[in-house]
Design a binder for this molecule. Sequence first.
Ligand SMILES: [Zn+2]
Length: 240
Amino acid sequence: MSVAGRVARIGLGAAGAWMGYAWLPHLLTATGTWRGPASSGAVALTFDDGPDPSWTPRVLDILAARGARATFFVIGRRAAAAPEVVRAIADGGHEVANHTWSHRSLWFCGPRRTHEEIARCHDTIGEQTGVAPRHFRPPWGMVNAAMWRALRRTGERCVFWSLQPEGQRAQSAETQARYVVTRARGGAIVDLHDAEGVAGAPARLAAALPAMLDGLLGAGYRLATITDVLAGAPASREAR
Ligand SMILES: [Zn+2]
């Protein structure tokens, strides 16, 4: 075989191995959680990429003013740098969940790094809150084959989302609030960002949140944690 042919074959082999490790496991995302039961009558707001020392407390104030509970998928490295913010989240009655240690895409993490990314954040949250996190969200929703094994070890469920008012492209606060309020259903899981990823995201979120919460509460939804929404949220935990 020519050198060019050999290089092409190695390239195809590597591409095939990567497809099998990073892409094919996406077929398994059906085993992840995308929404809760409609009968819960609740919406789960989820905040990714924090904690952020200046934005997360503002989000907590907006939630507290309305008696809303939510789930924060924190980045372990940021949690370790702002333990008082993690405690404030937990003290507010919210759920703290795992969003990896460093927010590296799992598409580019081997099995060992994948396990470390998940286990290190899991352990940090457990030490800070005294409660082992039960839910995990992969950065950008990108999974690999090793992730499912690592989650079996930490005992976490993989949670995606059913509504994402702002993805990689910035959306105005008004657009975000309207998007969520008009599309929400019982059991919806809303993906929001209380820290910088897309530029300016937390400022737009803080502006969108009051109208988003008031719209959802006005429509009769309870605003609850992922754990509560997936459990069907008993009435005694009424958030309003
Ligand atoms: Zn993220």
